[in-house]
Design a binder for this molecule. Structure first.
Ligand code: KDG
Length: 322
């Protein structure tokens, strides 16, 4: 069974080759993306095993994602093809109107993954893994997908598998922010490792302050492993009573989408390798920086050797970090 099992919707990403408003963009580059799929690839590239539970359309885009994930070493044995619904896609507009910031245009309503249902969960497959990972994106795409996330998290918790949850609130996918918050609050009691950013800290816990977020997460939901991402200010984690932090590595940014998944995937893979949180957080920050240097979420996800070279270039020895 894979070390990490994720549940969520992979998407084909069409990334604008040129910057600026999409109405003037002529060329798009095709990539395999989607938050939980990105995490699976991040884990697999570091030499661990991962598997994705999802549904794809029985169409060219579905075949592309399936073959891509399989090529990256992700176990696709729990991927189902839906003969009636299409694979979800989205477009990325880069550096307009804000330089270095990307915006997305989704075409995923009624997608194959939106028909995910609890019957797609193989309990023994989840129970055999060490981490079960998902996000609120999957909770937003349909009622049945939300129910699947709730059930998956419950199953993992009951079978003593560590549950990792990246809050990842995508405002475009929710009718209201209140609904998003309510849905996330509904799973948190079964979560062991929580990734979130400062805005999500504010929404869920009423504070952006790391110590405040850690305190509330523990007091309200019993979560003692919380990782707070603060953009250019770096990140801080509270891990079983220990607080660790990392700077954000400054790199030339082509497209920031996918940074959070690189971060979560490399953090979890590092923990799975037995590294302490102080090292996991630096490696995760490095990986997040690496993926934003190119278009596409997964192409720059590092292998161990790439992480080592990157960190050495920034004056940090990965021998110490390993
Ligand atoms: O984190 C990157 C993902 O957000 C992106 O690939 C698309 O999963 C996606 C989403 O729903 O926004």
């Amino acid at each position: 069974m894979p070390d990490l099992v994720a549940l969520g919707e992979p998407l084909v990403q069409f990334n604008a080759v040129t910057e600026g408003p999409l109405r003037y963009v002529t060329y798009f580059e095709k990539h395999s993306a989607g938050s939980e799929a990105n995490v699976c690839v991040a884990v697999s590239k570091l030499g661990l095993s991962s598997g994705l539970i999802t549904r794809l359309g029985n169409d060219e885009f579905g075949f592309f994602i399936y073959e891509w994930l399989r090529g990256q070493g992700v176990d696709v044995s729990r991927v189902k093809f839906d003969p009636e619904r299409p694979t979800g896609i989205y477009f990325v507009q880069r550096s307009y109107p804000v330089p270095g910031v990307s915006t997305v245009l989704y075409y995923r309503r009624g997608s194959a993954a939106s028909a995910l249902s609890p019957s797609d969960l193989d309990e023994e497959y989840i129970a055999g893994s060490r981490f079960f990972h998902t996000t609120s994106i999957t909770m937003a795409i349909s009622d049945s997908a939300r129910e699947t996330v709730m059930r998956g998290v419950e199953v993992a918790h009951r079978r003593n598998v560590m549950v990792s949850f990246d809050v990842n609130i995508r405002r475009l996918l929710w009718p209201s922010i209140e609904e998003a918050v309510k849905a996330v609050e509904g799973v948190l009691k079964n979560v062991n490792v929580l990734f979130l950013d400062e805005n999500e800290g504010e929404l869920l816990f009423g504070t952006r302050d790391p110590q405040g977020v850690f305190k509330e997460a523990e007091a309200r939901f019993g979560i003692s492993r919380v990782i707070l991402k603060m953009g250019l200010k770096g990140s801080v984690a509270r891990w079983d009573g220990e607080t660790v932090s990392s700077k954000a590595f400054q790199v030339p940014v082509k497209d920031p989408i996918g940074a959070g998944d690189a971060y979560a995937g490399v953090f979890l893979a590092s923990v799975l390798k037995g590294l302490p949180p102080s090292k996991a957080i630096v490696r995760a920050s490095a990986a997040a920086a690496m993926v934003v240097m190119v278009r596409g979420d997964e192409e720059n996800l590092p292998r161990e050797v790439d992480l080592e070279v990157f960190l050495r270039n920034y004056g940090l020895s990965d021998v110490e970090l390993r």
